[in-house]
Every structure is written in C-alpha cells, then in structure tokens.
Design a protein around this ligand. Structure first.
Ligand SMILES: C[S@@+](CC[C@H](N)C(=O)[O-])C[C@H]1O[C@@H](n2cnc3c(N)ncnc32)[C@H](O)[C@@H]1O
Length: 273
C-alpha cells in the first residue's frame, strides 16, 4: 500500500458530512457508512428512485467490462475511484480469468484507505496494490502505479462512476484534459473503461440529485451523451459503443434490471490503437 504523502494517508474519516464513497456504499447495501451518509442517500433516493438500481447496475458493468478485457488478454488494471470494497472487487473479477493479473487501485477517501486491506488479498500469482491519492494528481498516481504495472505494455484504466465528481475547465478541473493525460501515458492496446451519471434519460430526478449532492459539499456534474462520448476521442470504442449502463454487453441478470426501468448512467469501453 502506498500514499501520495504521509499526511493524506493519515487523514481521519470525517463523519460530520456525507462522502460519495459512503453514500454509494449505502445504496449498495453496505455497512461502511455513517448516519450523515445514510441521510443523504435516502434523500437522494426519494428525489431519484433510480439511485439504488443505478449503483448496482454500475457495479455489474464494472464486472462485465473487466471480465471482457481479461478474457481479451489484458493483464494489468489501474482502477481510480475504486470505492469501499464490495465483493467481488475488480481484482477478483480479473484474477478469476487470469490469476497473474496485476491490479492497482486508487482513491482519495480516507475510508477507502481504511478498508484497503480488503483490496490487497489477490491471487498468489498476481498482485494488488492500493494508492491513496486524488485523481487530479496524475503524476503521483502514474508514478506509484508504475511500481507494479509496466506502462510499456497494455493497461486497462478504469474510472467507473468517478467523472461525475469532476468538473469541466470552467470549474477548475478540466476533466477531459485530465483523462487525456492518463490516456497519453498508456501503451497502444490499452483500454479506457468509464461510466458516469447523465441528465439525458431522467433530467428532473438527476437534476434534483445533483443539487442535493452539491448542497452536501460534493459538486456533481451529470453529462450528456456528447460530453461523455468526448472522453473517448481518439480511441476505438468497443461494441456496442457508448450506451446506458445496463445495455453494455448485458448478462441475463442485467436484462432483468433493464426491465425495472431507466438507469441514468452512460458507460463505454474503448481501446487505444
Ligand atoms: C460512486 S463511487 C464508485 C466506486 C467504484 N468505482 C464503482 O463503480 O463501484 C466513486 C468513488 O470515487 C472516489 N472519488 C471521488 N472523487 C475522487 C477524487 N478526486 N480522487 C480519487 N477518488 C475520488 C470516491 O471516494 C468513491 O470511492
């Protein structure tokens, strides 16, 4: 396990205000959240009744995308904004296909750091590592990830349900420029795996949810199909392209979730050629 610096690694868990990782954990039925997180999770769910099935559908997309890429021969994974461990985690999906797969997780939330031990029990043949750092610091994440991943060879880079916490250039984040810096560091044959909330499918409810997140201290940026698709500029999208998350190469159980109604989350996977 490694951190961007000793101070951030030692940061206490702040239970006075809700945190995205813990709100998401509540929607997934986890126990690693506090009353402030549950209160926001319930308030958002009341405004946007897709929140719980969206979180579950998003998690299942991560499983399908990672399995697809491991079956295609990818053996290195860098997962940023990994979240509180919820089994199966990414390394378990990848190493079930390829035990020698090497995985690096990164997140900036102290509660994820506290649970990182659970992310580090990988297969004997492979490796799993955890980096405590902010996605806005690509130099640190890439440098620390390079201690166990070989960036001269293909890497699957995933930011699943993360980019909606990052603003555009006008908001000071320039999320599209940030992602380009990560993609530029990848070798040809690498992949980019993304999902994020969109206002396109359920604008009123998603607008309310975004407002509630923002008022709780977490700015939230739903993106249209065009804005989300732009993350994949210059890359080769895998079929079926950018699509609502439940439709990305669904398993039979995902078809059942689709029948429950809209999930306002886009997803896509693309290859660097
Ligand atoms: C909604 S959860 C998604 C977890 C997991 N990727 C999944 O899809 O199941 C978003 C995660 O991104 C993390 N996160 C938010 N902002 C971040 C930042 N600036 N840098 C690193 N991680 C961040 C949160 O702590 C949280 O764990």
């Amino acid at each position: 396990m490694t951190g961007s610096d000793a101070t951030s690694a030692a940061a206490p868990v702040d239970t006075s205000r809700p945190h995205p990782a813990r709100v998401y954990d509540w929607w997934l039925g986890g126990k690693d959240n506090y009353p402030v997180d549950e209160e926001l999770a319930r308030t958002i769910l009341a405004a946007d009744d897709t929140a719980v099935r969206g979180a579950r559908a998003n998690r299942r997309f991560m499983h399908r995308a990672v399995r697809t890429l491991a079956e295609a021969g990818v053996r290195q994974f860098l997962d940023i904004g990994t979240g509180i461990p919820t089994e199966p985690n990414l390394h378990q999906v990848a190493q079930a296909v390829a035990p020698e797969a090497r995985v690096v997780y990164a997140d900036n939330d102290p509660i994820v750091l506290r649970h990182a031990e659970a992310l580090l029990h990988g297969s004997a043949e492979g490796s799993t590592e955890y980096v405590h750092a902010d996605v806005r610091d690509p130099e640190t994440i890439l440098r620390l990830a390079a201690e166990s991943l070989d960036f001269a060879r293909p890497v699957a880079l995933s930011l699943v349900a993360l980019t909606h916490y990052l603003g555009d250039a006008a908001d000071g984040d320039d999320v599209h420029g940030l992602l380009k810096r990560y993609v530029d560091a990848l070798a040809p044959g690498s992949y980019l795996v993304l999902s994020q909330v969109t206002p396109d499918l359920n604008p009123e409810a998603v607008g309310k949810a975004a407002g509630l997140f923002a008022r709780s201290g977490t700015p939230f940026y739903p993106r249209s199909l065009g804005e989300f698709s732009r993350f994949f500029d210059g890359l080769e999208l895998l079929g079926p392209g950018v699509i609502p998350v439940t439709g990305w190469r669904p398993d039979p159980e995902d078809v059942a979730v689709q029948a429950e109604g809209i999930v306002p989350v886009y997803a896509g996977v693309a290859r660097k050629v």
